[in-house]
Design a protein around this ligand. Structure first.
Ligand code: AR6
Length: 182
């Protein structure tokens, strides 16, 4: 397992099903309507039960901007919260790299606001939204490292990046090693 320790916490790459992770918060790869969908979003709503969608509809009827994130309870999942982050659609949204960075930053800020000591991210935007995974991985680990380095709370945050496939895991591990080396 590739893991990087920073003053504000730890970031590591794991492979598996994010819905099974016992962390304070898991991040969902949502759409701007927060309408649910396939991929990790479908898995989270399926495993977490209908209360997650009920809360999203009640509290965020307007949805969430691309590059933003909102937080709900996590229903029947092991996590306490689901942080719904909206990544950009590759080839559709202008400035996709900046929007992807913003989605990771927004989700990290939500985790801090909700006093989470541990959270797990999926590979935002690289499934249905088509963002190339190598580029996404470099952006993602950069944002996590910056957030942990900038942390002023004195609390440690444990961040897992949970990929589904082996090739995605390798992409994020490579990005993490590059960060460690440089
Ligand atoms: N655990 C971890 N990773 C998963 C899981 C899982 N259970 N299931 C899928 N992945 P995607 P996006 C991986 O398409 O590209 C939805 O319909 C998957 O292999 O879920 O941000 C939403 O409603 C891929 O590597 O998210 C939006 O409309 C990664 O999660 C849209 O798709 C992200 O793929 C969002 O697209």
């Amino acid at each position: 397992m590739v893991e990087l320790r920073l003053p504000g916490g730890t970031v590591r790459v794991v492979q598996g099903d994010i819905t099974e992770m016992a962390v304070d918060a898991i991040v969902n790869a949502a759409n701007a309507h927060l309408a649910g969908g396939g991929g990790v979003d479908g898995a989270i709503h399926w495993r977490g039960g209908p209360s997650i969608m009920r809360e999203t509809r009640e509290r965020f009827p307007q949805g969430c901007v691309t590059g933003g994130a909102v937080t709900t309870a996590a229903g029947e999942l092991r996590a306490r919260y689901v942080i719904h982050a909206v990544g950009p659609r590759w080839g559709v949204d202008d400035d996709a790299a900046a929007l992807l960075a913003s989605a990771w930053r927004s989700a990290l800020a939500e985790a801090v606001d909700h006093d989470c000591a541990s959270l797990a991210f999926p590979s935002l935007s690289t499934g249905a939204y088509g963002f190339p995974v190598q580029r996404a991985a470099a952006i993602a680990v950069g944002e996590v490292a910056d957030a942990l380095a900038a942390s002023r709370s004195g609390k440690q945050i444990d961040v897992s990046i949970c990929t589904f496939s082996e090739s995605d895991r390798e992409a994020y591990e490579g990005a993490l090693r590059q960060l460690e080396g440089g």
